[in-house]
Design a protein around this ligand. Sequence first.
Ligand code: SIN
Length: 505
Amino acid sequence: MARVETHFLVVGSGIAGLTTALSLAEYGSVIVLTKAREEESNSFHAQGGIAAAIGEDDSPELHRQDTLRTGVNLCNPASVDVLVNTGPRAIQKLADWGTDFDVDGEQWALGKEGSHSVSRILHVNGDATGAGITSNLLRRAMLHSNIQLITHTMVTDLIMHQEVCRGATAVDEQGETVRYFAKQAVILATGGCGQIYQYTTNDPVSTGDGIAMAYRAGAKLSDMEFVQFHPTALAVEQNPMFLISEAVRGEGAFLVNDCGEAFMERYHSWKDLAPRDVVSRAIFQEMEQGRKVYLNAIHLGKRFRNRFPKIYKALCKFGMDPSKDWIPVTPAAHFIMGGIYTDIYGQTTISRLFACGEVACTGVHGANRLASNSLLEGTVFAQRVAEKCIELVELETDFLELNRITLCKNKHKETEWKQTIRQVMWKYAGIVRTEEGLSKGISQLKQLETEIPQGYFECRNMLMIAQVVMELALSRRESRGSHYRSDYPKPQKSLENKHQIIQEE
Ligand code: SIN
């Protein structure tokens, strides 16, 4: 069984993983592991942009207020302070590392998205912000002599020794078990778990692996009931669903139902730029009443094609012309606010295990994430994680014998189980939840637990995360941000700033 040693082991190749790797590379050897191709991450597909208080009419304080208000009394104010105050510096660092943010004259161009009180969204190539940022980071990482990027390698579990995280076991492209030992720290940056839902904008790699393996190792998880549904995925069934960025509404497009009514006026004074949970629920209600929902961007005319080239191209592929046709849309699972509980340096509750990006719960998003705060969180907290990791003294790693791991390979069965999880989650732990539905969902997932053998790591990870989301959604008897219970439709004062933190017994 192969054994590899490094100073720092990073799992995940999105914005958080790559920022961590680049920030650590001056201080020791870094291995970055990813289970797919290096570009396969939610970061890479991010369209709208990255938020930061850059504009003349803006300030970290305004960004802070927008983030806190959107998070509905559940954000950790200390994390939010870190995010908004460090944001502009982190953007400058991305620019220094080669990201070419779009400009408007001499200044960086700033777009608007839901629940932001001013325009503060930077973007790259119009609507290819994630690709613009991560491809640059990837290029730099690949050129760095201290960084080794290893693809198609599935990390199965963390290596624990005397309650300290010392590395991870993985299965490589050839099916061989490899033990990766980290002399200083292990950093999880594996992203979220949107794939537990039937309809999601998330890349197929987003199966919650990092959250699940940290939980198995004994780390605490927090806020896992809070899943954000993006209001406007293109209503063409596919996995992942194609996203129609919120920035399109930011440029003036608006939602209509099939009677032609701009219905958001009935739901919120900010209309189409209300917080995402409000817009998603409004669409859900329209659909429950038998209506179809569309985005009307016709008046943007040719501007659409220039500002949103990637979306334009995708629409053309489906035979739609946004300057003539309404775009059919539907909500889809997009982001999990919860994750591995960390402090404001990304330290988890396990020694030498760090987490950053969507896999982590720094508390920055509370019950509902402000649009375009996720890429910012990824890069800001990754830099802080690196600051802490380099302080750790090196440990000897020559102590453990581990078993060989075999990944099970019945693709047909695996697809079936995954599909069941995704359907159960969509039906019972989706945009609108009830005690009755969640209880049914929990018992259906329990049944599945007996059917999926060990060795189906991805599938079992998805199941574990799905069960945690369901259980916590059941026990939070209120509605707050993205967690909406029709049997408890109001927020409870007594549950303000109350987090559900869990650890495997
Ligand atoms: C979008 O472009 O609408 C997604 C941005 C985000 O999730 O923050």
